[in-house]
Design a protein. Structure first.
Ligand code: ATP
Ligand code: HMH
Length: 265
């Protein structure tokens, strides 16, 4: 059994963060573990409050996991404070962690900010350069590259600029564009497009968390980066296709599509 660690925030409404990560890992055939960076009081309409853990307690969680069950991959999501970013980097380097997928979460689907500006600076300087792949959405790519993105050519410029500056592979996600949901990988000089038909479903809370956790699960199982992303995108499209409709805002996706028929709903 391959094991994946999620270092991320908890979403009380279950659609994003740690909760989305664990659901994704279980349905992608790996054993999921967690180190929680923050509790959020959150639902499909917004984030009411955030309580960060201390850097010391985050380090204790990461140590508890690595000293017992060395993860085959690590997914990193919401990290609000610069000190927490520094702690993660220090512990992952100490344990020589492999297959690090960073979703540089800045703003929730509902529009609430999830990371301070000083945190983004710290991520850029310390965390992103040690990642195997990072998965910014369009607004996050604009911040990291410092350019506006209006077209797929702009996505290529942004992904190349980020990847060349930080030395990591970059998956620039196209979910925030209006036409097809095409994602672009820039992997050390090479572009690969992952074409995705836009699914007519306004419930996209946690799609970024789901995609990055599925990529980490596939890397843990030994897939190369391109196949890990291709399979993760197929998984997310199927989860979106279920048309789950929960809550009063942008609701979560349905991870249980393979279990339909096994349990009554
Ligand atoms: N309506 C859609 N149909 C198909 N795929 C989609 C749709 N919306 C988003 N995606 C896909 O979902 C993944 C996440 O992309 P997105 O750009 O929404 O990330 P995000 O903004 O980080 O997500 P989050 O909502 O978790 O913050 C990408 O693979 C994107 O192409
Ligand atoms: C805890 C958490 N992590 C990530 C996101 C981004 O979707 C969110 N809304 N909440």
């Amino acid at each position: 059994m391959k094991c994946v660690l999620s270092i991320a925030g908890s979403d009380s409404s279950g659609g994003a963060g740690i909760q989305a990560d664990l659901k994704t890992m279980i349905t992608n055939g790996v054993f999921g573990m967690t180190a929680i960076t923050a509790l959020t009081a959150q639902n499909t309409t917004g984030v009411a409050d955030v309580m960060n853990v201390t850097p010391e307690f985050l380090a204790e969680q990461i140590d508890a996991v690595f000293e017992d069950i060395h993860p085959d991959a690590v997914k990193i999501g919401m990290v609000s404070e610069p000190d927490l970013v520094a702690t993660i980097v220090q512990r992952l380097q100490y344990y020589k962690a492999q297959n690090i997928v960073v979703d540089p979460v800045m703003v929730a689907t509902s529009g609430s900010s999830l990371a301070k500006d000083s945190t983004v600076v710290m991520m850029r300087e310390q965390l992103l350069p040690i990642a195997t792949v990072i998965t910014p959405n369009i607004p996050e790519s604009e911040v990291l590259a410092g350019i506006n993105i209006k077209s797929e050519v702009d996505m290529e410029h942004a992904a190349k600029k980020i990847g060349d500056e930080l030395g990591c592979s970059v998956l620039c996600k196209g979910g925030h564009r209006v036409n097809d949901a095409n994602d672009l990988l820039y992997d050390h000089g090479k572009f690969t497009w992952f074409k995705g038909e836009r699914i007519d479903n306004p419930n996209t809370h946690g799609t970024g968390c789901t995609l990055s956790s599925a990529i980490a699960s596939n890397l843990a199982k030994g897939q190369d980066l391109v196949n890990a992303i291709r399979l993760a995108k197929e998984y997310l499209s199927r989860a979106l296709d279920q048309q789950l409709n929960l809550g009063h805002g942008s609701g979560p996706v349905d991870h249980a599509f393979d279990l339909k028929g096994k349990f009554s709903r």
